[in-house]
Ligand binder design. Sequence first.
Ligand code: ADP
Ligand code: MG
Length: 240
Amino acid sequence: MTDAAISVRHLDHFFGEGEARKQALFDINLEIQRGSLTIFMGPSGSGKTTLLTIMGCLREVQAGGIRLLDEELSGSDEISRIDMRRRLGFIFQAHNLHDSLTARQNVMMGLQVHGRGDAAKQARAADHLLGLLGLGERMDYRPANLSGGQKQRVAIARALVSNPDIIFADEPTAALDKVSGLAAVQLFKELGRARGTTTVMVTHDSRILDLADRIVTLEEGRIVADRAAAGHAHVSAEHA
Ligand code: ADP
Ligand code: MG
């Protein structure tokens, strides 16, 4: 086992074919430590989501290499990518909750794909997390009866309930007010400390930057800055 949860080497990525082919990522190199909280920043279209989805095994590695939790992703088959995905938690901008299920049932979905535990145990795990995220009174509500911020917190609980080794989150606090946004990110940090969970998060939310161990900035598909943040004691290193 190495200290790096994620290691990206010389990663390039292209969209489209022929004349329409466009490079979205250029020579990305990154090592992300286990248990750390890393934030990706950068303007719209700079490649943040593309990089996050490749690291999260949701897109194939076209050129370059990625090691995730000591496994090489490049050249891996679909079966091992599916196995790997079970060890990851995802929180996306569009929260993808099931409209017909209550908050509790939506969170339990995060466990059912793993087939872990009986229903009563899964419900207890779901209730525990929903409580931590301030939704103790809303467990039996369906998404239609929840605010945008409450739905976002249900999606966060669903991603965390299976104890993932790595959490990938794309603007997870965009729909949240200040207090619940900070509470959600504090929870990621506590998981990092208690369980060694690694979090990689895209955000523009300046209130959250202070909590990060590290801030990586992308522009036009390239890393233009990579620095230790207030949440961390390391000396900062800037490369352009
Ligand atoms: P960000 O998340 O930083 O806003 P993205 O990773 O979504 O940026 O996009 C990076 C670049 O790749 C943009 O130029 C975008 O238009 C392009 N892109 C993203 N997804 C696709 C796709 N599915 N097909 C074609 N181009 C895409
Ligand atoms: Mg994006």
